[in-house]
Design a binder for this molecule. Structure first.
Ligand code: ADP
Ligand code: MG
Length: 306
């Protein structure tokens, strides 16, 4: 089936229901939104590009639509925020046709429904290049305030959710953004600093340390290694995968020791929580290997170079 931009927008408009947070949505020049009074607003944008962040196949257009929103929800989760609205800008490859565009939006809308995010609008373009999707998501901090990268304090314990590494085997397309977990954790304990692990534990932990002007010690044996990281037989150890692989989309956070002990004694979430180390004075990160030797942990991981 072929179609036009106009047809697609009419289809989108019929699919996206009305929402009190968006008094005027798809169909006008700009959306009118109704933010809650008093809450700190959050906004994040992330772009996914064919050939850089995914290839088609193995990813389906539905996967890409879902992931384009999921990475943004993960950023709101990392602030311990509630996502509320999203807008989406797409550059659609002409050759892939109309149903491809519908599938992309279906993937995005399904996840939006799952997380009660209203779709306020977007921009649709068709070209002869690859698929590009940029989602902007809006959210609100809770009464406890947003959790920043810069709030870690010496003595804090460092915790992570879930298991790390090997995401490329599949999780990078199907991960569940840890929005609910972040809210429950922050409600239960008052977190000092948090980041979502998108570029690898080693890299993302250094971002927290730099912003907070502190150092850290990690224990190798405490780092939760995923089954996918153990299964990857490519010459790198499972621990290296867990430290360096990107796109885990788990949460790393720090909090006072007594709060961490309480949290671990009665976890407010079902996902596993691992205590992987502590925040120290100074800078940089040390890793205590399984044989007890200490070494500096470089900020290895995924970074776009140009
Ligand atoms: P304009 O030319 O005034 O920017 P558009 O024709 O780009 O208007 O968009 C028409 C309406 O459709 C707008 O309300 C816009 O937010 C919405 N829209 C366009 N593309 C998308 C999309 N991919 N997803 C959701 N809403 C979209
Ligand atoms: Mg427009």
């Amino acid at each position: 089936m072929s179609g036009s931009e106009f047809q697609l927008i009419e289809w989108l408009r019929a699919r996206v229901g009305r929402d009190p947070r968006v008094p005027v949505g798809i169909g006008d020049d700009a959306a009118v939104i109704a933010p809650s009074a008093g809450a700190a607003g959050l906004v994040a944008v992330d772009m996914l590009m064919e050939g850089v962040h995914f290839t088609l196949p193995p990813a389906t257009p539905r996967d890409v639509g879902r992931k384009a929103l999921a990475v943004n929800l993960s950023d709101i989760a990392a602030m311990a925020g509630v996502p509320t609205l999203a807008v989406v800008a797409v550059a659609l490859p002409r050759a892939r046709g109309y149903e491809f565009a519908q599938e992309l939006h279906r993937g995005l809308h399904e996840l939006a429904r799952e997380f009660d995010v209203a779709l306020a609008g977007g921009d649709t373009n068709v070209w002869d290049g690859g698929l590009v999707v940029a989602v902007t998501v809006f959210g609100e901090a809770t009464a406890r305030g947003p959790v920043l990268r810069g709030g870690a304090r010496p003595g804090d314990w460092i915790l992570v959710t879930g298991a790390l590494g090997g995401s490329l085997a599949g999780k990078h397309l199907s991960f569940v953004p840890r929005v609910r977990e972040a809210l429950r954790l922050h409600e239960a304990a008052g977190l000092n600093a948090m980041i979502d692990l998108s570029d690898g534990l080693a890299t993302d932990l250094h971002r927290v340390l730099d912003e907070s002007k502190v150092g850290a010690v990690l224990r190798a044996e405490a780092i939760p290694v995923s089954d996918a990281a153990r299964a990857a037989a490519d010459g790198r150890t499972p621990l290296e995968h867990a430290l360096e692989d990107g796109e885990d989309f788990e949460l790393l956070f720090t909090l006072a020791e007594e709060d961490a002990r309480r949290l671990l004694a009665s976890p407010p979430i079902e996902l596993p929580l691992a205590h992987i180390g502590e925040i120290t004075t100074g800078s940089g990160c040390e890793l205590i290997d399984t044989d007890g030797k200490r070494r500096a942990l470089p900020r290895a991981g995924w970074e776009h170079a140009f």
